[in-house]
Every structure is written in structure tokens, then in C-alpha cells.
Write a protein that binds this ligand. Sequence first.
Ligand code: BEZ
Length: 228
Amino acid sequence: MEQNDIIPMPRIGDRAPEFRAITTQGEINFPVDYKGQWVILFSHPADFTPVCTSEFMTFAKMEPEFKALNCRLVGLSVDGLYSHIAWLRTIKEKIEYKGMKNIEVTFPLIEDITMQVARAYGMIQPGESSTKAVRAVFFIDPKGIIRAIIYYPLSMGRNFDELKRALIAMQAADTYSIATPADWRPGDDVIVPTAGSCGVAKERMEDKTGEMTCYDWFFCTKPLPLEN
Ligand code: BEZ
């Protein structure tokens, strides 16, 4: 494929494009190495830049929380490996920011100087920059399927509480066959999917378990078991 050929952007529901890459933690075979785990694959525009530094420190601080949710983090920029290593060392040795210090980034950061991976994932968006990746976030499930995608411009740091909230919402949807309403937070009531027939709908409105709240036949909520 030629450098300027248009590569279709991956979409929700697609299989995550496969690649092998060099990272700060050695070679990875993606997404095969992550089978059975969720992965957040994210790109940043450039090493040694302030927004990206604040993001990496936050991601590294939260990594144990993502691990506890069976989710691994994988970063990417179109910089080379030695730049990545030097930047992460600077972060650890020199940067103190918002109470975070001595922060060690132990998740893999992909070197992608050829932009091969960034292009395959639609992370190079020339209207924003043709030499840097935008801030893309791909949520990939344990079967290697892309489940959510969020893109941010170069100037805007990501909201990491939202990334964690989105992951928990998708995991809850998978486990309990529910949906989550606007601004849902873990612990809030969830949406019971609409049943197919009017008879069932009427039953829903007259829920005998007492755990559902129905606002109309098509809109019922219920709590999840406590740990969610
Ligand atoms: C930053 O991370 O600070 C940044 C990177 C590229 C463009 C603008 C800001």
C-alpha cells in the first residue's frame, strides 16, 4: 500500500487492526497479546509536550485502577523509541505536577515513526495535523473488537474519569445486558432494554419485584447488584 492511500478508519464493532510493534516494554503483537483482556489503545501527538505529559502522568497513576478492571493500557506516538525512553525518564526524574511525582510509566508506549499503526487506526487526521497523531482512544474488548472510540484535538487533554466510566459502563452492559443513561456513574440505576412485545411492556410497567422504575413503557430503570 502506498503512503498516501486512504485507509478506512476502524469503526465500532470492527475487529481491531492487527500489528506488531516495538514499544518501551519490548515487542508486542496486537491485539493477540491482549486476548481475554480489555485494552485502551491511545495515541498522543508528541513526546516532550506539556498536555501529553500531564496525560501520561495521570494514566500511569490510574493504571492500577484500570488493571483492577481487567484493562491494559497501550500508548502510541509517531516518535521513536529513544525519544519515548528519554521523555518517560524525564517524567519520572523531574516532573512534579498536581501532587504526582516520581511517576513511572510501566505500560507499553509504541514507537511508530513510519505512522503505519497510526494510519491503520485513523489517528493521523490531516485537518488537525499531518505529522502528529491526534489524541485517539480505542476501547478494545477481550475478543479484540473495537467497542468505543473517542478523538480529541491536539490542544485538549483527555478526561480520565470519563475513560474509566466508559470502560465500566461497557463492562456492565456486557455482564448484565443493560444500557446506561446519560451521565451514568457506577452505582446509579441502569436502563432495562425495551422488551419486544406489548404484553411484556405492560408487565414491565407493573413490575412485581419492585426494583424497576418505569417512566413509560419504553423507559425503565433498575439498580445493579451492589458492587457495580
Ligand atoms: C501538548 O501535548 O502539549 C501538545 C502537543 C501537540 C500540540 C499541542 C499541544
